[in-house]
Design a protein around this ligand. Structure first.
Ligand code: FAD
Ligand code: NAG
Ligand code: NAG
Ligand code: NAG
Ligand code: NAG
Ligand code: NAG
Ligand code: NAG
Ligand code: NAG
Ligand code: NAG
Ligand code: NAG
Ligand code: NAG
Ligand code: NAG
Ligand code: NAG
Length: 566
């Protein structure tokens, strides 16, 4: 087969591009995916396996290098290794981002096609907003006029009602916290119901959606899975036209090469895209020379500028049998929940990770916040964009035999930037992943504001009766706040930061002709022919609270950009 396009990877972006390009029957596409086929994998089908644990078989098993501002901890850094990519193992949280986020991307790249007005069309096109698993009335829980009804990606509101949902809503009513009917309309601020990539109680992945059977049947789409791509090559002059790969099942097997007659699209994600580029000799010349890799194209920012949301979990013991911990601790309860899911696709196992979440800005009338703004400015895209998030989790703590309430806090526009680099002792092996968490003091200061806001939220009924002992040193932190002593809180933050999983910007977009960035606004690698990058790595920052929807939207528009370029 003569492939016009070879796509590297079948994760979120790769699945979208494979689908959209093969709508045109004259375009032959080969998709190469390192992971296995996705069908019949129960752990990536039942939403609750996010908490039960998805097997490492479907994971790249990365770990960060020591994070020097987080007490030198190394932090597990999962990435999906299966058709569907990280959407098969992610938290299913659906956040598009805001008007200001996309207008800022348009501004940074000088391409108005990335602005909110244009991207909203793609967000509506890509989805089918369906009923929740429990079929409850969703009136007032989202704004239908901003959502789609005929796209491949099936999404829904929470499908299992939790005791803490009422507590959150009661707190909004009783205090001055704002409710938002729909955080995906261009402004995201407030507390609202969380949409998830779930359909009829099962996880929607890029593969279940964009590589569903009716698309796999297309004669112009071929997929090689278990195919590990090692390099892209310019076989003739400066046009990248060849992909080198080998079966993952046999590392010693000789590599195979295959040529694309039109172009190659790399969509291996924010860790693996720079890894493949660097191994292909596309990156900083001096660094590549030090590794004895021949520089094909000097492009200094490959793998640089990495940004991730900065998150931590804080838990309290609770005296309740209604948390999902029972499914983690009690085999009988778990078997019952599974049987319910298996019979009707309902119950706790059918539900997403969270039902309600808050996306908030810091309080600008607080003198401490004024100090922060004065020192660091405002890195958010604009006033529609949140500084931090608070997600309400109905369980999860340690020791693992208890019952808990957990709040997940996230700093959404951190100033720390990290990198993906090659490991000098084994460049072809796993790369060095360095999100460089908390390198900027700003990130700690915003996390403090997030925690203070969270504690304040929880400081009245019904929470005061519901919450028991705080877990892991949290009690000391709260006690010290009375004296404005943040020593214990900063310790908790350094010890608590986990991977945010929303890695972006390692192959960032910049304007045509710019001497910085990695790709042009049409996603061509700067200074090379034949190679585009379409995945989360091209986003210059995390839009809104998460990255999967931005990546789906990006890949939808990128597919049109490719089609219209011929
Ligand atoms: C644990 C976890 C939780 C998350 N939770 C959320 C969430 O709740 N909400 C949200 O919005 N986002 C979440 N994310 C992030 C979101 O899933 C990613 O931003 C999104 O999947 C990025 O899409 P992508 O196409 O860039 O990469 P991916 O979806 O990761 O796809 C990359 C694909 O490339 C393949 N690949 C990589 N290297 C090679 C190679 N050398 N050869 C062949 N194939 C290769 C991979 O196997 C994979 O299939 C989470 C991510 C993780 C890991
Ligand atoms: C399909 O792609 C070919 C180029 O490969 C192009 O000439 C043709 O116009 C496209 N068809 C449609 C319907 O877009
Ligand atoms: C991750 O670890 C699991 C379990 O050890 C293994 O099966 C899997 O192949 C690993 N993933 C990769 C990409 O090597
Ligand atoms: C982290 O490691 C560095 C280098 O090894 C060391 O200088 C520093 O003291 C360590 N920090 C902590 C908090 O242990
Ligand atoms: C980007 O924003 C700045 C400041 O608001 C403005 O002056 C500039 O014209 C914008 N650039 C583009 C390309 O929109
Ligand atoms: C998505 O939802 C629509 C409407 O309910 C349905 O026809 C379609 O089969 C669903 N897609 C998948 C992949 O489940
Ligand atoms: C890389 O640097 C070396 C030494 O400075 C130089 O000779 C070579 O031309 C450079 N290669 C590229 C591709 O820039
Ligand atoms: C690079 O090659 C030189 C000479 O062959 C060798 O001495 C050196 O160890 C190599 N460096 C690396 C990082 O492989
Ligand atoms: C937990 O709640 C039950 C019933 O409400 C009560 O009987 C029990 O004493 C409580 N246990 C603790 C430790 O508070
Ligand atoms: C485990 O769950 C079952 C079924 O819900 C319940 O009957 C039993 O009491 C639970 N056991 C414990 C120790 O909580
Ligand atoms: C799940 O349901 C299917 C029928 O839909 C049945 O064949 C299977 O045995 C059930 N699995 C379990 C573990 O109950
Ligand atoms: C409302 O908040 C006040 C204190 O701020 C508290 O005393 C009261 O119990 C709360 N009422 C409800 C219904 O939550
Ligand atoms: C703040 O609290 C820490 C312990 O958490 C203590 O060591 C330190 O002395 C306190 N600082 C002040 C100014 O009280």
């Amino acid at each position: 087969m003569n492939y016009l396009i070879i796509l590297i990877e079948g994760g979120v972006a790769g699945s979208v591009v494979a689908n959209r390009l093969t709508e045109n029957s004259t375009i032959n596409v080969l998709l190469l995916e390192a992971g296995p086929f996705h069908k019949d994998v129960i752990e990536t089908t039942i939403p609750f396996y996010f908490w039960l644990g998805i097997p490492d078989t479907y994971n790249w098993n990365y770990t960060t290098i020591e994070q020097e501002n987080a007490n030198n901890r190394t932090i597990s850094y999962p990435r999906g290794h299966i058709l569907g990519g990280s959407s098969a193992i992610n938290g299913m949280v659906y956040d598009r981002g805001t008007t200001d986020d996309y207008d800022k991307i348009a501004n940074i790249t000088g391409d108005s096609g990335w602005n909110w007005e244009n991207m909203l069309k793609y967000f509506e096109k890509l989805e089918t907003f369906g009923p929740p698993a429990d079929r409850h009335d969703t009136m007032g829980q989202y704004n239908p006029s901003f959502h789609g009804l005929s796209g491949p990606l099936n999404v829904s509101l929470p499908g299992f009602s939790q005791n803490i949902d009422a507590f959150v809503l009661q707190t909004l009513n009783n205090r001055t916290y704002p409710y938002t009917e729909d955080p995906n309309t261009g402004t995201e601020l407030g507390f609202g119901w969380q949409v998830s990539t779930i359909h009829k109680g099962t996880r929607t992945t890029a593969a279940t959606a964009y590589l569903a059977d009716k698309y796999l049947e297309r004669p112009n789409l071929d997929i090689f899975y278990n195919a590990f791509v090692t390099r892209v090559i310019a076989s003739n002059g400066s046009t990248i036209d060849t992909v080198e790969f080998h079966p993952v099942t046999d590392n010693e097997a000789p590599t195979l090469s295959i040529r694309a007659s039109r172009e190659i699209v790399m969509s291996a994600g924010s860790v693996n895209t720079p890894h493949i580029l660097l191994n292909s000799g596309i990156g900083d010349n001096a660094t590549l020379m030090s590794l004895n890799i021949t520089t094909v194209h000097h492009l200094p920012e490959v793998g640089k500028n990495m940004s991730d949301t900065t998150v931590m979990y804080v838990s309290w013991e609770v005296n309740s049998t209604e948390t999902f911990d029972i499914l983690l601790n009690n085999n009988t309860a778990r078997a019952e929940a599974f049987a319910e899911w298996n019979a009707t696709r309902t119950g706790r196992m059918a539900n997403g990770v969270i039902n309600l979440s808050g996306l908030l800005r810091m309080n600008d009338s607080d003198p401490e916040v004024q100090n922060i703004r004065q020192q660091f400015g405002d890195p958010d895209a604009g006033i529609t964009a949140a500084d931090f998030e608070m997600l309400f989790i109905n369980g999860l703590g340690s020791p693992s035999n208890g019952s808990y309430f957990t709040m997940l806090f996230g700093v959404l526009s951190p100033l720390s930037r990290g990198s993906v680099t090659l490991n000098a002792s084994n460049p072809a092996g796993p790369p060095l992943v360095d999100p460089n968490y908390l390198a900027s003091k700003y990130d700690t200061l915003v996390m403090r504001q997030a925690l203070l806001t969270g504690f304040n939220f929880l400081s009245t009924e019904p929470w005061t009766s519901y919450l028991g002992t705080p877990v892991n040193g949290l009690a000391e932190v709260i006690a010290a706040l009375g004296t404005d002593n943040f020593t214990a809180m900063d310790d908790l933050i350094r010890n608590g930061i986990q991977n945010g999983a929303h890695l972006v910007s390692t192959s960032a977009m910049s304007p045509y002709g710019a001497d910085w960035g990695v790709v042009d606004p049409d996603l061509h690698v700067k200074g090379l022919q034949g190679l585009r990058i379409i995945d989360a790595s091209v986003l210059p920052f995390v839009p809104g609270g998460a990255t999967q929807l931005p990546t789906y939207g990006l890949a939808e528009r990128a597919s049109d950009v490719i089609k219209s370029s011929w």
